[in-house]
Design a protein around this ligand. Sequence first.
Ligand code: URA
Length: 220
Amino acid sequence: MSDNVVVIKHNMAQAILTRLRDRNTGQVEFRSGLIALGRIIGYEIVNELEAEPIEVETPLGVRAMGIRIPDLDHVVIVQILRAAMPLAQGLVEIFSNARVGVVSAKRVESSHVPGSLEFEVDVDYVRVPKIRSEDVLIVADPMLATGSTIVAVLDKILTYGSPKRTIIASVIGTEYGIRKVRERFPDVKIYAVALDPALNEMGYIVPGLGDAGDRAFGSG
Ligand code: URA
């Protein structure tokens, strides 16, 4: 997979993902696991932002060299309802100055042609801050399955401005979904905790973790 895809191998992330995959994991732990993964993905993203050296004076009256990360003041986080809410909560804990947007998108099940993985996606609510050229845009979507939803959402929110960088924060991705994103948005960087090998006929990731929204919010 290309440099534009980062799979977070950290044991903490992998242990949390394993709990999320387990069908016996309940709603409360599932949601808090997604929040924790949002924090971990956030830290990974910070590592790739530009840092500049600065000098400070410590209480001992001595100068010490350190860094500051100017981009931390220019982050926009967009969450796709509803499964991304806990993931975005974890990201916002790391990017505490972020401006935050919300998008509602759903697959139009009637548009599904049996045997294909293509769905139309209805992006029916968009409330996104203005996106400026100095911004880092992070779109949270825990399941990058067929890529149809994230492509439809990016098409919509990029009409709000052109950020200097666009990042997708997801938990599980697939090669199919990543290829679809890549074809339309070659420069978008994708963070995931795992890449799974398959999609079933309904576009669910296999082995996956089921329906992330249902499991996080106790429905389904
Ligand atoms: N959305 C989910 O919640 N799960 C999947 O496996 C695919 C899309």
